[in-house]
Ligand binder design. Structure first.
Ligand SMILES: C=C(O[C@@H]1C=C(C(=O)O)C=C[C@H]1O)C(=O)O
Length: 181
C-alpha cells in the first residue's frame, strides 16, 4: 500500500508488532519507536529542553475502525479524541492521536490537559499498564506531514484505557540525522 494513500475513518492502518518491523528498521529509529518510557521525556532531552505540546484537536468523536478494534469497543461508541503535535523549537517532530472510550472516563479531567503532555498524566498513574507496541509505516491519517514510522500502544489504569498513537515525522529524522527508515 502506498504510504500517501489517504485512509478515511473506515479504512485500516496496517499495524504489526514492533518486532516484525525490526529487520526493516534502522537502529536509530528502533531506539525511538520501541522505547517503552515516556516519549515526551525523550523529546525534551533531544530538543535540549526547547519542547512544547501543540494541541490540534480535543473533542468527542467516533473512533476509527482500527481504533475501535484495538480498544475492543463498538464502532458506534463515542470516544474522547485528542490530537497534538510534539514540537522541538516550535517545529512538529511527532503528531499523536489518543483515543479513550467516553464510558470509561471518570474524573480523569483529561479535557483540562491543554498544552500539558498526556504522558505527564499517564506516567504518574501508579498502576499504569502499557500493552505491546504496534508499528506502522503509514503516515498519520489525521495530519498533512508525512513520516517514516508510526506506533501505538494501549495504556490501562484501572478500568480506564487510552490508545496512544504517535507518528514520527520526516522533519524529526532530518533534524536528528536519523536514517529515512
Ligand atoms: C504518552 C505520552 O504522551 C505524549 C503526549 C501526548 C499528548 O500530550 O496528547 C500524546 C502522546 C504522547 O506522545 C508520552 O509522553 O509518552
Amino acid at each position: 500500500m502506498r504510504d500517501d494513500v489517504f485512509l478515511g475513518p473506515d479504512r485500516y492502518l496496517a499495524w504489526r508488532p514492533a518486532a516484525a518491523w525490526r529487520p526493516a528498521m534502522s537502529a536509530g529509529w528502533w531506539h525511538w519507536v520501541a522505547s517503552t518510557d515516556s516519549l515526551t521525556a525523550r523529546l525534551i532531552d533531544a530538543a535540549h529542553g526547547d519542547f512544547g505540546v501543540r494541541l490540534l484537536t480535543q473533542r468527542l468523536d467516533r473512533p476509527r475502525r482500527d481504533e475501535a478494534l484495538a480498544l475492543d469497543i463498538p464502532f458506534t461508541q463515542r470516544v474522547w479524541r485528542r490530537e497534538v503535535a510534539l514540537c522541538a523549537a516550535g517545529n512538529p517532530w511527532v503528531v499523536a492521536r489518543s483515543v479513550a472510550p467516553l464510558a470509561q472516563l471518570r474524573g480523569q479531567r483529561l479535557g483540562q490537559l491543554g498544552e500539558r503532555s498526556l504522558g505527564s498524566w499517564l506516567f504518574r498513574q501508579p498502576d499504569l499498564e502499557r500493552g505491546p507496541i504496534d508499528v506502522t509505516r503509514q503516515s498519520a491519517p489525521f495530519h498533512v506531514e508525512r513520516g517514516p514510522w508510526g506506533r501505538r500502544s494501549l495504556f490501562q489504569h484501572g478500568r480506564f484505557q487510552v490508545l496512544v498513537q504517535e507518528f514520527f515525522l520526516a522533519r524529526m529524522a532530518d533534524e536528528l540525522n536519523l536514517p529515512r527508515r
